[in-house]
Structures are given as structure tokens and as C-alpha cells.
Design a protein around this ligand. Structure first.
Ligand SMILES: NC(=O)c1ccc[n+]([C@@H]2O[C@H](COP(=O)([O-])OP(=O)(O)OC[C@H]3O[C@@H](n4cnc5c(N)ncnc54)[C@H](OP(=O)(O)O)[C@@H]3O)[C@@H](O)[C@H]2O)c1
Length: 254
């Protein structure tokens, strides 16, 4: 082991949305570097798949928006490992919301999952994170920083999440807890099919992504997971706090 290697031996990590996409890649990336990982999602089967071949990944089927979800999740991590070093608030949902057809149901679904759930899960995790000098990684999006037609609710939920990282960095930094936003651009995951997009929607989003993101390709989930892990690392990420870190091929600056 050299001083440059990213090692999480003996550490405990929670990854929400760990059953697919970026969360699955992050759970495995932490586990491969020695962490014990609690992978959280609503459906048990994808979580079991994430853990397949990774004995230090433990699936937990809990809805992050449920009233008792935060307590159940943190308690499970502490029962497994006796400590908590990193919380990755990655579970998220997306949906088109042209202004003329916004419904309260869809607003609540997106805000509860993407913005409110991270508040209460981080609140629950805070004493444990503070005990070890831990980190919170909020997985946002490149969309939250720019105008994007038909995505006002999703963008607002993620812009709010971006602010949580800044506020928590200011509020918790002196207590040894860091909070950072990792903001992916379009990434090859099942997110759109998981949220009911049709084939026509998928084709439209693909052409929008090609037009808006200069690198001309989407991220792999592993490319995003790498930065989550590196920034979460206590030594390598030590001076990264409150930042908004895009992994988007330059999409947020063009
Ligand atoms: N893919 C992209 O292009 C992209 C771009 C920018 C940002 N992001 C963000 O990256 C994060 C991960 O997205 P992804 O692309 O990897 O999508 P994904 O494959 O759909 O993963 C999202 C995960 O969140 C879980 N989840 C959703 N609601 C939940 C709830 N209430 N409680 C617990 N788990 C819940 C889902 O599992 P269950 O359905 O089983 O609960 C799913 O495994 C999201 O926050 C997303 O907004 C993605």
C-alpha cells in the first residue's frame, strides 16, 4: 500500500440507491477498497445483485423517504460495523415536469426523495460521522446549475441538495464532518427506465445530451463512482469541503 492508494479498510459506508447505476458502482468501489458497505434501496433483488461477489456489501431494503427509514438505515450500519465513516446520499428519482402539467404528487415524489430524505438521513448519521471525522457525499446533477426545459422540479430538487452541501460544510466543518456535492452529467445507468420513461423519451434525452454535453458521450457509472470514493477519502479528500464537483465532460461550463 503506497500513500497514494485509496484505502477504506476498517471503515463503514452507507450508499443509498445502491441497487443500480451510480450507487451500485460506488458501493462496489468502496468495498473493493476495504470498506464495509450498507447498500440501501427499496427493491431487495437489485441490492442482492450489487452484493453478489462482494462479501462486504450488505443489502438493506428501506425506502429513504419513510418516517423510520433514517433510523433503520443508520442503526443497520452501526450494527454491522460499530461506526460510520461515509454517507453517500445517492438515491434519486427523475421525471419530466413541463410547467403546465406539474402535479403535487410528482413534486412531492422528487423533492421527498432527492432533497428531504438526505436531510433526515444526514441528521440521523451526524453523531456517528462526527465521532470519526466522516464525510457526506451528496450526488446531485449537472442539470441543477443551468436552465433545462421541462426539468424544473428535478433541477430545483438537486439545486437544493447542492445548497445542503454548502450549508453543512459551513455548519459542520469545525466539527470535523465534510459535505461535498458530486454532480454527474448524463451517465449510463437505468435511471430513465427506472422512472417510467418511454423509448421515445429515451431517444429524445439521448439527442439532448449529445447536443448539450461537449464531450459527445455520457459517463460510465464507474467514472462517477471513482470521484465519490476519492473525495470521501479522509486523507485525499481532507481539504475538499462544500464543493460542487462536476463529472460531466464539461457540460456545466458550456
Ligand atoms: N444517470 C444519470 O444520467 C444521472 C445524471 C445526473 C445525476 N444523477 C443522479 O445520480 C443518482 C443515481 O442515479 P442513477 O443514474 O444511478 O439512477 P438509478 O440507476 O435509477 O439509481 C437510483 C437508485 O435510487 C433508488 N431509490 C429511488 N428512490 C428511492 C427511495 N425512496 N428509497 C431508497 N432508494 C431509492 C433506486 O432503487 P429502488 O427503486 O429499488 O428504490 C435506484 O437503485 C441520482 O440521485 C440521480 O439523480 C444521474
Amino acid at each position: 500500500m503506497t500513500e497514494h492508494e485509496i484505502d477504506f479498510a476498517g471503515q463503514s459506508v452507507i450508499v443509498t440507491g445502491g441497487g443500480s447505476g451510480i450507487g451500485r458502482a460506488a458501493a462496489r468501489a468502496f468495498a473493493e477498497r476495504g470498506a464495509r458497505v450498507l447498500a440501501v434501496g427499496r427493491r431487495p433483488e437489485p441490492l442482492t445483485e450489487t452484493a453478489d461477489g462482494h462479501p462486504t456489501i450488505h443489502p438493506l431494503a428501506v425506502d429513504v423517504t419513510s418516517a423510520d427509514g433514517p433510523a433503520r438505515i443508520v442503526e443497520a450500519a452501526l450494527t454491522l460495523s460499530g461506526r460510520l465513516d461515509v454517507l453517500v446520499n445517492n438515491a434519486g428519482v427523475v421525471g419530466r415536469t413541463p410547467l403546465g402539467s406539474i402535479t403535487r404528487e410528482e413534486v412531492n415524489r422528487q423533492l421527498e426523495t432527492n432533497l428531504v430524505a438526505p436531510m433526515f438521513l444526514t441528521q440521523e448519521a451526524l453523531p456517528s460521522l462526527e465521532a470519526v471525522g466522516g464525510a457526506v457525499i451528496n450526488v446531485s446533477t449537472a442539470v441543477g446549475q443551468r436552465g433545462w426545459p421541462d426539468m424544473s422540479v428535478y433541477g430545483a430538487s438537486k439545486a437544493g441538495l447542492d445548497f445542503l452541501s454548502r450549508a453543512w460544510a459551513a455548519e459542520l466543518g469545525s466539527r470535523g464532518v465534510r459535505a461535498v456535492t458530486v454532480a454527474p452529467g448524463p451517465t449510463d445507468t437505468p435511471v430513465l427506465t427506472n422512472n417510467g420513461y418511454s423509448e421515445a423519451d429515451l431517444a429524445r434525452v439521448e439527442s439532448e445530451n449529445t447536443a448539450r454535453f461537449p464531450q459527445g458521450r455520457v459517463n460510465t457509472a464507474d467514472e462517477v463512482a471513482w470521484w465519490i470514493v476519492a473525495i470521501a477519502h479522509r486523507r485525499h479528500g481532507a481539504q475538499v469541503n462544500g464543493a460542487w464537483f462536476p463529472v460531466d465532460g464539461g457540460g456545466s461550463v458550456t
